[in-house]
Design a binder for this molecule. Structure first.
Ligand SMILES: NC(=O)c1ccc[n+]([C@@H]2O[C@H](COP(=O)([O-])OP(=O)(O)OC[C@H]3O[C@@H](n4cnc5c(N)ncnc54)[C@H](OP(=O)(O)O)[C@@H]3O)[C@@H](O)[C@H]2O)c1
Length: 263
């Protein structure tokens, strides 16, 4: 397993969306590098269970914060829960997707997605970015999606809001470099987490099978330490992005989501 530089990215890391999937694996790999973790998600009992498990396996400290990142005061809660900690790394990962025809999705549901995929990343990057710069070292990982590299029919709002994350992180990589802060946007393709079942996508319908969370997070942490602005994990995913014309990618991915939506 990759060793993360504890002097630069420790002693504490904050990980949102830590109760499941990619976020949970980030927490595990950071704990294995002896970095203490603040676990953030709505399902507090899962965070507590994970924290206890990692504390006993790796001897780290943890803090579990049950928080809905779409709530209006989420940043106040997050600040209060972390202000006394020396945070060297922030993984802004929490997210979801709402497949469906744009016009059939309730307006408030679409706004919640804007909150989760735009406002939460914006506020987290702004608050913790400032703290990291004052500290003079550290890192920020923002998690987007390959579906945001172009428009994604039947997940139009999801791909649009995730595109914000890519542009924000790519720009901050340049701005914060001079202060000793690494910024990387993780752009996963299909990854083996509960989100795949939630979307109802048939794995045999995918051009590339979902990758493991272990590989996804390992590549992300390598890219962060090398201060790459973006990382698309998996050679096949990178190849597909490089060779598939944008218009074709829109059509093929849209057809796959449309098939998943069929009863
Ligand atoms: N897996 C893939 O194929 C894939 C592909 C591209 C991009 N991604 C992105 O990768 C990130 C992680 O997804 P995943 O695959 O690991 O999915 P996952 O297993 O469903 O995990 C999503 C995490 O986000 C948290 N979360 C969701 N809504 C939240 C809210 N309102 N407030 C606080 N926490 C919230 C969930 O925790 P609670 O439910 O406990 O709140 C959970 O910990 C997401 O941003 C996703 O868009 C995943």
């Amino acid at each position: 397993m990759r060793r993360v530089d504890k002097n630069k990215f420790g002693p504490w890391a904050v990980v949102t969306g830590a109760s499941s999937g990619i976020g949970k694996e980030f927490v595990r790999q950071l704990a294995a590098s002896s970095i203490n973790v603040v676990l953030v998600a709505r399902r507090l009992e899962l965070l507590e269970e994970l924290g206890r498990d990692l504390a006993s396996t790796y001897g780290i400290e943890y803090r579990a914060v049950g928080l809905d990142l779409t709530s209006l005061d989420f940043m106040v809660v997050l600040q209060n829960a972390t202000d006394d900690l020396d945070i060297g790394l922030v993984i802004s990962n929490a997210g979801t997707g709402i497949p469906g025809e744009f016009l059939t999705i309730d307006h408030n549901t679409l706004l919640d997605m804007v909150h989760l995929s735009v406002i939460a990343h914006l506020s987290i990057a702004h608050h913790f970015g400032d703290k990291l710069v004052k500290r003079g070292r550290g890192g920020l990982v923002l998690v987007s999606a390959m579906g945001a590299l172009q428009g994604l029919p039947y997940m139009a709002n999801d791909s649009a809001t995730n595109a914000y994350i890519i542009n924000l992180g790519e720009a901050l990589n340049v701005e914060l470099k001079q202060y000793g802060i690494n910024v990387t946007v993780l752009i996963p393709g299909a990854t083996d987490t509960p989100i795949i079942d939630k979307f109802g996508i048939d794995v045999s319908d995918m051009p590339i099978k979902p990758m493991s969370v272990e590989q996804c997070v390992d590549e992300a942490l390598a890219a962060l330490q090398a201060n790459h602005p973006i990382i698309i994990p998996g050679r096949l995913n990178r190849l597909m992005y490089a060779i598939l014309p944008r218009r074709l990618a829109v059509q093929l991915n849209g057809k796959m989501i449309a098939r998943a939506l069929q009863p």
